[in-house]
Design a protein around this ligand. Structure first.
Ligand SMILES: [Zn+2]
Length: 432
């Protein structure tokens, strides 16, 4: 299937580290972008999409989420982090069964596709539910089973790691799917367990992702137990690596930032989740200044409560200006990079997705520019961060295949998905 986006405005790299818009044809041959601003020789389109009044962007990349948590949307609000996690979320997670995970993940994929996200790094706790949902929906994903373990639960930790490795083996080579190992957090994994997971990551050549320095409680706990900051603790057990993605990183000292920059980790910053759970504001400007690759995540819908990356981009752009009293911080250009190429780098998908460039996977989103709140068209990259809300998404394509168009999901039975997730909520008793 070849697609021609005819004379469309596209956001492309400007060759100097930023982005610019160009107007021209964009061609997709099979799974790949085959022409940007030109039609390659011999290209014959099966479908032509008129680009008039549209903007083409690379699919957005959600670098930290828990997709199955759509089932908990608006179930545990207005609670502080510790009460939220230990009082509400962890107890009800014990009641989830395969079908709950599977349908809630599909609902999450519907939301992502409808708001322009084509790829996510998902920390989940099911086995095979997320890969099945991902394969059927056709969205791109990096999946990881959250791992907790230590001396107080040696068998549980071993079992979870074994199940994660078995799941990875089962789905080896599956289209659009890759995996990481995901030790859950410094406060749910002891040093022995973290070393073991890091050794398993070495052996299987897998990247890792982990929650880090999310709350002040975490800082206190880790300082009391190990006499270190959470990043120092992870570094002492070999978890801070070039291919590790650290989510949140709200509370970092200057030396923590320097350590993480030196180790080359990526950070997935989740501004809305951090605000909603009262955890604070990550110092993204300091991370960017130190040269850390920063990506953007929404976290799960129990703490956001959406998977809408366009909304998240808006918060990312606005938050740091207010927090630091400096309107020049975290520009629209920087935010756009974090939501696209920065996410791809964090997820090990650099050169695969995250840019409109010939040879990359055709993970593309068409936005309708004919909205009153987007007029006039002065700076469309600024518009993405400051004016859009996600409702402008008209078409979402992953690997050259249209998965969402004008309200229709082409690979997901939307009606059944919603019905099944509502049925899960009835069973779990999450309604107020
Ligand atoms: Zn999380």
């Amino acid at each position: 299937m070849n697609t021609l986006f005819k004379n469309i405005t596209s956001v492309v790299p400007d060759g100097a580290g930023g982005f610019k818009t160009i107007k021209g044809d964009v061609c997709v041959s099979g799974e790949l972008i085959s022409g940007v601003g030109r039609v390659p020789e011999g290209f014959a389109a099966d479908r032509t999409i008129d680009g008039a009044g549209k903007l083409l962007i690379p699919g957005l990349i959600n670098a930290h989420t828990h997709v199955y948590m759509t089932v908990f949307r608006n179930y545990a609000d207005d609670l502080d982090f510790t009460d939220w996690l230990f009082g509400r979320i962890l107890p009800i997670e014990d009641k989830l069964v395969y079908d709950d995970y599977y349908w809630a993940t599909k609902l999450g994929y519907m939301e992502m596709l409808a708001t322009g996200t084509t790829c996510s790094l998902d920390m989940n706790i099911s086995i095979n539910a997320a890969p099945n949902a991902q394969q059927e929906s056709g969205i791109r994903a990096v999946l990881s089973r959250g791992l907790t373990g230590g001396a107080d639960d040696p068998d549980g930790g071993e079992r979870r790691l074994r199940e994660a490795l078995e799941e990875i083996e089962t789905w080896k080579g599956a289209k659009g799917l890759s995996f990481m190992l995901a030790p859950h957090a410094p406060y749910t994994c002891d040093p022995g367990y973290l070393r073991e997971v890091a050794a398993a990551a070495d052996k299987a050549a897998l990247p890792m992702n982990i929650h880090l320095s999310e709350s002040l409680d975490e800082l206190k706990t880790i300082r009391e137990k190990y006499g270190m900051s959470p990043p120092e603790y992870l570094d002492s057990v070999g978890v801070l690596r070039r291919d590790t993605v650290c989510a949140h990183c709200v509370h970092l000292s200057e030396s923590d930032v320097a350590l993480m920059a030196a180790r080359g980790v990526s950070v997935a910053s989740n501004p809305v989740s951090n605000l909603k759970l009262g955890n604070g504001t990550a110092n993204v400007p300091a991370m960017l200044k130190a040269g850390i690759n920063v990506a953007i995540g929404t976290d799960g819908t129990a703490s956001n409560n959406t998977l809408n990356m366009i909304r998240e981009m808006s918060f990312m752009s606005l938050l740091h200006k207010g927090a630091h009293g400096d309107a020049s911080l975290v520009s629209a250009q920087e935010t756009f990079r974090m939501a696209t190429a920065g996410g791809a780098k964090a997820l090990g998908l650099e050169g695969v997705t995250g840019e409109i460039r010939e040879g990359l996977q055709a993970d593309l989103v068409v936005l309708d520019l004919d909205k009153p709140w987007l007029r006039p068209h002065n700076d469309l990259i600024a518009s993405l961060c400051y004016s859009m809300n996600g409702s402008e998404v008209e078409l979402t394509m992953v690997a050259g295949k249209v998965l969402y168009e004008k309200g229709e999901f082409l690979t997901i039975d939307a009606e059944e998905t919603v019905r099944r997730v509502e049925a899960s909520c009835d069973r779990l008793g999450t309604r107020r």
